[in-house]
Design a protein around this ligand. Structure first.
Ligand code: PXL
Length: 280
């Protein structure tokens, strides 16, 4: 009998603007994964829109965990993303300890910023705590900005070629303690994708696609969600990263001609069928 894998997704819920849970939930469901959600905050929109509202759900997270403990719930994967404060980052570490089933997977997307800049709600203390959380993960999925924060280096001094990205991915693994999928790795003008360090195989491979013009919000969340779903469906890390890179590329290619504002994210919904469980 084939059982449906179960993931707990710990991200914010942004009412408008495709990112975090509004991306993770449909993608994981389409991929044939049962997705339980532990929302960290409710925002009217993600933080790239002006004047967003922010309702912190830290207390609700704690109560939910106690309830889930009473129910004896365990998850094949814990998948975290945007977090609302330092305490929540500690709560995710505790969640992994309490709810990850033996042999399960902790995927931490160390969401902190993009394009060399921190997201407006991320503080120094949160970046320090995120570094600690990343150390507890089996797989981390930083973009280059987050890689700079994790390694406490200047974003503008990071390498810009394949050999340099491979070295960065290895360093982010903490001596092979965790696997790393470093996103936003550009190889020349027209190619983008990820440098993938697999701790099982102790090697770095690249999963690259052609580069579509336009920079859309939430693509990191689309990428990490597809990666998590594919890993739970038994794909290798490199296969999962290749699928995620191709899906983000296809979504961007579909979105670009529509000329929608970048904050609205990518038009992924009509393409969900391409990553449906029966296509994997
Ligand atoms: O896509 C990352 C993300 C998730 N959640 C919120 C965000 C962002 C990036 O800005 O603002 C609320």
């Amino acid at each position: 009998m084939i059982t449906t894998p179960k993931v707990a997704a710990i991200h914010d819920l942004s009412g408008y603007g495709r990112c975090s849970l509004t991306v993770a939930l449909p993608i994981l469901s389409a991929m044939g994964v049962q997705c339980a959600v532990l929302p960290t905050a409710y925002l009217s929109t993600h933080t790239a829109f002006p004047n967003f509202t922010f309702l912190d759900l830290t207390e609700e997270m704690k109560k939910t965990m106690d309830h889930w403990e009473q129910l004896g719930l365990r998850f094949d994967a814990v998948y975290s993303g945007f977090l609302g404060g330092v305490e929540q980052i500690d709560i995710v570490a505790e969640f992994i300890r309490r709810f990850q089933r033996r042999g399960g997977l902790a995927v931490v997307d160390p969401v902190m910023g993009d394009n060399g800049r921190r997201y407006v709600t991320y503080t120094d203390a949160m970046c320090d705590a995120t570094r600690g959380l990343a150390e507890k993960a089996d797989v981390i999925t930083p973009n280059l900005t987050e890689a700079a924060f994790l390694l406490q280096e200047d974003f503008y001094a990071l390498p810009t070629d394949r050999a340099g990205f491979a070295e960065l991915a290895r360093r982010l693994s903490g001596g092979g303690a965790r696997s790393v999928v470093l996103t936003g790795a550009r190889d020349g003008e027209n190619t983008i994708g990820a440098a993938v360090y697999d701790r099982e195989r102790d090697c770095v491979e690249f999963t690259l696609t052609d580069c579509i013009p336009g920079e859309y919000h939430g693509t990191g969340d689309v990428f990490a969600s597809v990666l998590t779903g594919a890993l739970l469906q038994g794909k290798s890390l490199v296969e999962a990263s290749a699928l995620a890179a191709r899906f983000v590329r296809d979504c961007a290619a579909r979105t670009y001609p529509q000329q929608t504002p970048p904050q609205e994210g990518v038009d992924f919904e009509p393409l969900l069928y391409t990553i449906a469980a029966d296509k994997l």
